[in-house]
Design a protein around this ligand. Structure first.
Ligand code: NDP
Length: 258
């Protein structure tokens, strides 16, 4: 047994919400490369299936695509049931799916606020509750993709609901880690800085120099690629982090320390 064996996920089953594109896709691919069978859960069945097929072809372990809107309680239950039916259990849940609304608070509608909170926070609750019930006997791992936005004010874009939702995920993680420790379920957060995805592209639209402003705050002066998060996700999902729970790993190119 070498140190690298602790990072292996052979025979493990990992659900990644929003695993069809962006950060979720990179995390699902990384977990599969480490040996896990993965379930890609996103809203569109064809996209979820296409991503699962590509991941399976690229990496080797089995992958399943399931249509699931994580704000829909019944859909989440069905997604976890489909996972158990196919793979006989759930070992890892990555609560990655998330949205952002760029709107000043004074003009934000209640519907916009609710959309963000329901997706980023309530969705994590629903998925954790459903997957966690499958982990109660043998333990497991829940990894929430939070954000450095839980700790800082972003600018020039306005996104108060997003930052509130990510700060909520921090409290969620701490309390859940405490409540489920007795079941051998570890709960940690991965908090990225700016990552080049559709989500960040949306933020970059608010000002011509938005990306320049963001990178100006980083010690490593470029945005991350989604693939840069893969190794940390494998660490947090595997026995490499066996003695770690209730924590957050910030991966932001030094943005928050400046
Ligand atoms: P993208 O916009 O590229 O992807 C978002 C993903 O979430 C898609 O797979 C989307 O699936 C899924 N999703 C959204 N809403 C739902 C829903 N209701 N049910 C199921 N799936 C849903 O975003 P990123 O990859 O950038 O973001 C992934 C996570 O990382 C988010 O939680 C985000 O907040 C976080 N993050 C991103 C940062 C960045 O700079 N990009 C920085 C810090 C954190 P669908 O195809 O169905 O729309």
């Amino acid at each position: 047994m070498t140190v690298l064996d602790a990072f292996k996920l052979d025979e493990q089953v990992a659900i990644v919400t929003g695993g069809n594109r962006g950060i979720g896709r990179a995390i699902a691919t990384a977990l599969a490369e480490a040996g896990a069978n993965v379930v890609v859960a996103s809203r569109d069945q064809a996209q979820a299936e296409a991503a699962a097929t590509e991941i399976e072809t690229e990496t080797g372990p089995e992958a399943l695509g399931v249509a699931c809107d994580i704000t829909d309680e019944d859909a989440v239950t069905a997604m976890v049931e489909a996972t158990v039916e196919r793979f006989d259990g759930v070992d890892v849940l990555v609560n990655n799916a998330g949205i952002v609304v760029h709107e000043a608070i004074e003009s934000m509608t209640l519907a916009e606020w609710n959309d963000v909170i329901e997706t980023n926070l309530t969705g994590a609750f629903l998925c954790s509750r459903a997957a966690g019930q499958e982990m109660m006997d043998d333990g497991g791992v829940i990894l929430n993709v939070s954000s450095m936005s839980a700790y800082i004010a972003n600018y020039p874009q306005r996104q108060v609901a997003y930052n509130a939702s990510k700060a909520g995920l921090e409290g969620f993680k701490t309390q859940l880690a405490s409540e489920w420790a007795e079941h051998g379920i570890r709960v940690n957060n991965l908090a990225p800085g700016y990552v080049a995805t559709d989500n960040a592209d949306q933020g970059a639209q608010v000002a011509e120099n938005a990306v320049e402003i963001w990178t100006g705050e980083m010690l490593q002066d470029e945005m991350a690629t989604p693939e840069m998060l893969g190794p940390t996700a494998v660490y947090l999902a595997s026995d490499a982090s066996a003695y770690m729970t209730g924590e957050t790993v910030v991966l932001d190119g030094g943005y928050t320390v400046r």
